[in-house]
Ligand binder design. Structure first.
Ligand code: 2RA
Length: 329
């Protein structure tokens, strides 16, 4: 497979290259793509060196699949050009996610929606992926009425500039700010910009994308997204109200048997998900599973995942793996 990685020198792009190699993805030719200032830079993949190319060059090379992590503007302009050249695009930006003509895919949930006609496929937002992977089997079993989620998001979701800001603040050095405020010893209740309704784009991604991926607009979702000074992954406190009652042990058993989900839930042994465990892994970890005693048919959970892996790179590559296995590319 001729694979283009658009945004190859960025944080997610680098993880995509790592995951492609780890999973022995059938790459016969790699086309690392980055901005003009990086053209000619050498990157190493699977023991071989590749020169970064510009994006028009990559279009002309007619990759089979292009894995995008280069921002919404680049994706809006260039994904259609790749698609017109016959390349199937899997995009990590929010550009296409809510487009009614584009599929929003978490492979374990809805990969079967994909057809060969899908030439631009949207990868959901990281905080959405880890939540819906846990919610999907429970929705099928108990029917979700409402979700309340509070997130505790890693600074890696913002990118290198945020990681550098935290390191500067650790060192007591004034440097470029990724956030309006210091992140060291702080929690910032703002991920991305605010929308007219007073919620941030990150919060509204959780609301809108959850409904689309679960194919159920009746699900009520509300979210608060918070940035915290950690790097291992995103954590989420999720409160779910179902139409039907449930048994907590049955919930644990359902999740235990859900592909891509690992249950870490034992108070006696202080076992619960934490970013320090999730970092570098592809699973979504769930614990603190307990009935909400304040309301019937309602459950509390704690969900953690590496936002750069299952939240971005790995989910993208799993979509590509599905396309190949289903002979859609
Ligand atoms: C964030 N989910 O964490 C967003 C984009 N990666 O900032």
């Amino acid at each position: 497979m001729r694979i283009a990685v658009v945004g190859a020198t960025g944080m997610v792009g680098e993880v995509m290259l790592k995951v492609l190699a780890e999973r022995n993805f059938p790459v016969t030719e790699l086309i690392p793509v980055a901005s003009e200032r990086s053209v000619g830079k050498e990157i190493e993949y699977n023991g071989k060196k590749y020169k970064v190319v510009g994006i028009q060059t990559a279009v002309d090379m007619k990759a089979d699949i292009a894995l995008f992590s280069a921002g919404g503007d680049t994706s809006l302009e260039w994904a259609p050009k790749f698609a017109a050249a016959g390349t199937t695009v899997i995009d990590n930006s929010s550009a296409w996610r809510m487009d009614p003509t584009k599929k929003l895919i978490v492979p374990e949930i809805n990969a079967t929606e994909l057809t060969a006609a899908d030439k631009i496929i949207a990868n959901p937002n990281c905080s959405t992926i880890q939540m819906v992977l846990v919610l999907a089997p429970l929705h099928r079993k108990y029917n979700i009425k409402r979700v309340i989620v509070s997130t505790y998001q890693s600074i890696t979701g913002t990118g290198v500039k945020a990681v550098q800001q935290l390191e500067n603040e650790y060192a007591g050095v004034q440097g470029e700010m990724a956030y309006k405020y210091p992140i060291h010893r702080n929690a910032i209740p703002q991920c991305d910009s605010f929308e007219e309704n007073g919620y941030t784009k990150e919060e509204m991604k959780l609301v809108r994308e959850t409904k689309k991926i679960l194919s159920d607009n009746t699900i009520a979702v509300t979210a608060t997204a918070v940035r915290v000074p950690i790097v291992g992954g995103h954590s989420e406190a999720v409160n779910v109200e179902f139409s039907n009652d449930f048994d907590v042990n049955e919930v644990r058993n359902i999740l235990h048997h859900t592909d891509g989900v690992v249950v870490q839930d034992n108070n006696d042994t202080y076992t619960y998900p934490m970013p320090m465990y999730a970092q570098g892994k592809d699973d979504v970890f769930v614990g603190r599973i307990r009935r909400d005693e304040s309301q019937e048919n309602t459950l509390n959970m704690w969900i953690v995942a590496d936002n750069l892996r299952k939240g971005a790179a790995t989910n993208t590559i799993q979509i590509a793996e599905y396309l190949i296995a289903a002979k859609l590319v």
